[in-house]
Ligand binder design. Structure first.
Ligand SMILES: [Fe+2]
Length: 181
């Protein structure tokens, strides 16, 4: 039986997998560009559009541990600034538009932390964004329902709930900073 675009994607990523490098990122990005061209008639994609799950795991690699998720977001949904612990992630837009901002973490001599926004990008259908370890970003769905793929180099739930490596920032007096310990 012919392979669908999702199977081709996961096989493609497996074939170029290795420790984080420019080549691995470029390879994953290329496979995402192909995945985003999948015809809407493929059953797995048709089901995502039909069921519009907030969060669905599409694939988990038994050898390398990377995970591919799909998210449906409605216009206005905001996810505050966060990093991804030791992981790196790729976001790929299948439908809709999401604004993604990036931030640097600045610490003053007293040790107070604040985020400084670097820029924001409107990510549209067919576009791909990469966030490497240490990168901090937020997302706001501008036009929905948006369907995006989120590829994570490792299980970020574990990285968050078990390893406590993710940092989420909170807004205080108009400034993004770290939450109370
Ligand atoms: Fe993220």
């Amino acid at each position: 039986m012919a392979k669908n675009s999702l199977e081709k994607f996961t096989e493609g990523v497996r074939s170029i997998w290795g420790p984080l490098s420019s080549e691995v990122v470029a390879g994953c990005r290329q496979h995402f560009v192909e995945l985003l061209k999948a015809p809407a008639t493929e059953e797995w994609l048709a089901a995502l559009h039909r069921e519009a799950p907030a969060n669905k795991e599409l694939y988990r690699d038994p050898t390398h541990g990377f995970v591919l998720l799909a998210h449906t977001e409605h216009a206005g949904l905001y996810r505050p600034p966060h990093d991804h612990g030791r992981g790196w992630v790729i976001y790929a837009m299948q439908q809709g538009e999401i604004e993604m901002g990036t931030y640097a973490r600045i610490e003053d001599p007293e040790g107070n932390v604040k985020l400084v926004k670097r820029d924001s990008t409107l990510v549209r259908r067919g576009q791909v964004q990469v966030y490497l370890p240490g990168d901090i970003h937020d997302t706001r769905c501008i036009s929905g329902p948006a369907l995006l793929f989120r590829f994570t180099e490792r299980d970020l739930k574990k990285e968050d709930k078990e390893e406590h490596r993710l940092t989420r920032y909170v807004e205080r007096d108009g400034v993004w900073t770290i939450g109370a310990p």
